[in-house]
Design a protein around this ligand. Sequence first.
Ligand code: ZN
Ligand code: ZN
Length: 330
Amino acid sequence: MKKILSTIILAFLIMSPVVQAQFNIHVVGAEGGFNSDNLSSYLLQHQDHPAQFLALDAGSLAPGIQKLIQNNHYSFLEAGNIEFQVNEFIRNHIISYFISHSHLDHLSGMIIHSPELLFVGKTPLIGTPKTIKEIQDHIFNSVIWADFFQLGFFSPVAISPANNFFTPLGETGLIGRTFTLPHSGHHSSALLVGKDERFVIYLGDMGADSIEESHLVENLWSEITPYIQKNQLAAIMIEVSFANCRKEQNLFGHLTPNLLFEELNVIKNKTSLSALQKIKIFITHIKPEPNACGIEHHSAKALIIKEIKELNKNWQLDIVIPEQGQVYSI
Ligand SMILES: [Zn+2]
Ligand SMILES: [Zn+2]
């Protein structure tokens, strides 16, 4: 009996190997508004390169990096005052940027810090061709800000969503594909990024297909279904900006907890609940408001988290509400 039992356990272990964490996500900025020092920015770090980071958006940089330094995450930095260390980190350790779309809350940190990249060499700025063009035409245009492409501080790396193959992402050792997302008439995008058959999908701002009258999100879920089925997708980083009470016409291309679960249901129908339960789901871009749903002194962030927890009761998904200054292994 014992032997049969151990054979069954062994067979089970072989069938569902425990996947070791290969990546860390460092939260530089976790929200989608209100606090200008905590806007969307995540650093992706692969275990093979502990001192090299790919920024996934760069809404705010210095305040979150300062917190991460103070939380003792970067022992590789030379001792010095905090300004020196933050500057050193931005110059030498964020080796590439992916910008999901050209809205300010996703790139203002990168813009503000770009002069500090003097003599660093060309830092790859990765995005869809449309995002790269918008940054060139409207920000690095020698009017709003200097032309940091022309000056050689950044090298644009345009990856078309039409490419159904992976592109190497600068010196990061990572590969990526982009996807277009609907965002209330604005262009937004997602990046499927990874290495050694382990991937993360980072989604920029997005509305639900049902509201945006699009098939873009469903197309994206179809494209990543094989990675979920093969247990290769470690994390989905997706936005929820507003609480469920928000009227459809006031969503401006964003998700609510109900719409998030509507989208998760699409993935579940293409894969399975158990496959989805193995993926860490990071909720990004919550917009803190003081008076949620018109109720005075009613924190929108607390309400959104409560609504997500309530919806997740029947699903038991591994949902993470990331906090600035924290690091999550995936
Ligand atoms: Zn946006
Ligand atoms: Zn945004």
